[in-house]
Design a protein around this ligand. Structure first.
Ligand SMILES: [Zn+2]
Length: 343
């Protein structure tokens, strides 16, 4: 049985908090785990679920309980077929819907099927639409002794205060680059040799993911890096008026809305960083952003950040990535210094 704190040491502090509370039998019925995208929140929640469902948790010398790994519950969990743990995540609409929260509520009030406890995980509690949030509130207001709710929240994406106030919030940090790199390299070594990305790709994946290891693994093994490279190149082309906005926006279509907004958000954050005298995280975009930073006031960078946040908050989740990219690209191009005609 692998210990989540050994596998992903940066999750250790939040994990130990839960272990202590379980040992003292005073774990709150609802937890929020907040952390950057791709830092391992889901793995953490599943580990907590494993500990809560295990029939005979072992006590380590430290007195901290861990799942035994051999009881019926642990075996069912390992086979990913445990009926008493459920995960509710955004579907195509990118929001957690009211139907899903109703399903969660029914799950919460029913008796456990094979374990003595139930665990419901909402992956992206920051993406509840208003009806879903209200439905969840009812479940939170009437806590049941045999169910634990774990809400996962991405940093910087607010959870409604009415929900937050009924949960205990724990936060996980992003690991340092060498720690993230070590974890990523160990994961990649498990792949067939021909599928193993190069060290160069791993470094780039970590750079783009801001050292969030799970996200970097997705980047390193998927097509995101290629799509993003094309998108950045078109973005630069459009900024220099070399290509029309439609052509630039098209490059964002294949990566989807979430990643499109994410990219524009990181570029705007990098621009703000450079204006403040810091360094861009996305080193490939640093040239262009550095150029803009010389003439752009900080408030304009923050306005670009707000545009991304507004897009998310407005629930424009049916909007096309191409359309959103066009809107953002046009706003960005306004930052380009105007060339004065030669006298
Ligand atoms: Zn067990």
């Amino acid at each position: 049985m692998t210990d989540i704190a050994q596998d992903m040491p940066w999750l250790g502090r939040a994990w130990q908090t839960v272990q202590s509370r379980v040992a003292e039998d005073r774990l709150p019925h609802a937890l929020i785990l907040a952390g950057e995208r791709g830092v391992g929140k889901r793995a953490w929640a599943e580990a907590v679920g494993g500990l809560l469902l295990c029939e005979k948790p072992l006590n380590r010398e430290s007195g901290q309980p861990v799942a035994c790994g051999s009881c019926k519950q642990c075996e069912l969990l390992a086979a990913a077929s445990h009926p008493d743990i459920r995960v509710y995540a955004p579907e195509k609409s990118r929001m957690v819907k009211v139907d899903q929260v109703r399903a969660l509520s029914s799950f919460a009030v029913a008796s456990p099927q094979v374990a003595h406890h139930k665990v419901a995980i909402i992956d992206r509690a920051d993406q509840l639409n208003i009806n879903a949030a209200n439905a969840l509130l009812k479940t939170l207001e009437e806590p049941l002794p045999d169910v634990t709710l774990i809400l996962l929240q991405e940093s910087g994406r607010p959870v409604l205060p009415t929900i937050r106030s009924r949960c205990q919030t724990l936060t996980v940090p992003v690991p340092a680059n060498n720690e993230a790199n070590q974890w990523l390299a160990s994961r990649v070594r498990e792949l067939p040799e021909e599928a193993q990305p190069s060290a160069e790709v791993l470094a780039k994946a970590l750079m783009l993911a801001g050292n969030a290891p799970r996200l970097a693994l997705d980047y390193a093994t998927g097509d995101f890096i290629e799509l993003r490279d094309t998108a950045l190149e078109r973005f630069k082309g459009f900024m220099k008026s070399k290509i029309p906005v439609g052509e630039a926006a098209k490059a964002f279509k294949a990566m989807g809305l979430e990643d499109t907004l994410w990219l524009f958000e990181t570029w705007a954050a990098d621009l703000a960083r450079q204006i403040a005298g810091g360094n861009a995280r996305d080193t490939d975009a640093a040239d262009m952003l550095g150029f803009l930073a010389r003439t752009t006031p900080a408030w304009q960078a923050h306005e670009l950040l707000d545009m991304v946040k507004d897009s998310r908050a407005a629930g424009v989740y049916n909007a096309s990535p191409e359309l959103e990219a066009s809107r953002l690209l046009i706003a960005w191009q306004k930052l380009m210094p105007v060339k004065r005609p030669a006298a």
